[in-house]
Design a protein around this ligand. Structure first.
Ligand code: SF4
Length: 347
């Protein structure tokens, strides 16, 4: 039994033809799945009864399910998505004025071990399959009800997406496709801690979302402390790769910078970063660290954050600090989760 969310429209057409079913039926079936949020063939009321009985013998619509949905403050909703085998991943729907943004995960656990992130503590369990990535967006859509629309996707949940590039690429194609969810790459943002070797592959495959690079440091030695698994990638090379990606795709490039008190929060850090990014047509998104129980790092004071932002801005680098709801959209990976659990006051 194959899962529909793992097939392209051409693949489904081929499968149907092999079963003696007309090829043209593939598109309306996928429309039910991706636009109308159907989770079973039984819901596809314009299919003949015979097909509604026959198709489940060969296909399942979804392979994951929502174990629990927790509404948070500001209208955010965290879905705990249950995968076959019992693993659970988190998907967060973030409503803003005219947007409905979904933050999706790409791995169960994460191997990157960023020091400020609780998700990195226990390491990687496994990569998600392409359908498991796609279905997170579908569950968020279904959670919005029949009139719901997802406008944006951020690949900023748990895991390093570019360590799971093949599944990610397949999933993003489905999210973008006219037969899929129809979410263009300008409305999708991919966050990486710096697996830059995969960026030319994205360009080559013509899968080109906006890019967010989790930098978190103004120089290589601080970065080695904050993101120890990436200590072999120099900041100069990260910036170069990101700029090349922007030039090749015309998409937005943002550097994410989590401010940790006493580590990377000084004015001189901001000036050094500013010097490296000036004139590169990239933005910086500053994320003041939010305390996580099991970690020894502290949140910076508002004055420190203001001083950092002003110094960076004085270098001519566009910089944002998102407050309230926007926090979540721009937060990095496990930092996002930390914020949500802290805000929701739950585990
Ligand atoms: S911040 Fe993201 S990349 Fe870093 S350990 Fe956490 S989940 Fe992994």
């Amino acid at each position: 039994v194959e899962v529909l969310t793992g097939l392209s429209v051409q693949e489904l057409e081929d499968r149907l033809e092999a079963l003696g079913v007309e090829r043209w039926r593939a598109k309306p079936i996928l429309h039910w799945v991706y636009r109308r949020g159907a989770s079973s063939f039984g819901e596809m009321t314009d299919l003949s009864l015979a097909l509604r009985e026959e198709l489940p013998r060969h296909f399942q619509v979804l392979r994951s399910s929502v174990a629990e949905s927790r509404p948070g403050p500001d209208g955010t909703v965290k879905h705990l998505v249950m995968l076959p085998g019992g693993d659970v991943v988190e998907t967060v729907m973030i409503p803003e004025e005219d947007r409905r943004t979904v933050c999706i995960s790409t791995q169960v656990g994460c191997p990157m071990r960023c020091v400020f992130c609780a998700s990195g503590l226990s390491g990687l369990k496994r990569n998600l399959e392409a359908p498991e990535i796609v279905e997170q967006v579908l569950h968020a859509l279904r959670g919005l009800g029949p009139e719901g629309r997802i406008s944006n996707v951020v690949v900023m949940g748990i895991g390093e997406p570019l360590l799971n590039a093949a599944n990610l690429i397949r999933a993003l194609r489905t999210l973008k496709a006219s037969w899929g969810m129809g979410i263009g790459y300008r409305r999708i943002t991919l966050s990486t801690v710096g697996v830059i070797g995969q960026l030319p592959e994205l360009v080559r495959q013509d899968v080109t979302p906006n890019l967010a690079v989790s930098l978190h440091a103004p120089d290589d030695s601080i970065r080695a402390e904050v993101v120890p698994t990436m200590k072999n990638v120099r900041i100069a090379d990260l910036v170069k790769a990101a700029v090349e990606y922007r030039q090749a795709t015309g998409k937005e490039v943002t550097f994410e910078y989590v401010i940790l008190e006493g580590i990377n929060d000084e004015k001189r850090h901001a000036l050094e970063l500013g010097k490296k990014l000036k004139g590169k047509k990239v933005k910086v998104n500053v994320i003041p660290f939010n305390r996580v129980e099991e970690l020894p790092y502290r949140a910076p004071s508002t004055e420190k954050v203001d001083r950092f932002v002003a110094a960076l801005g004085s270098c001519g680098v566009p910089v944002t600090v998102r407050k309230r709801k926007g926090d979540a959209v721009s937060a990095a990976c496990g930092q996002l989760r930390a914020r949500f659990t802290a805000k929701a006051g739950a585990g």
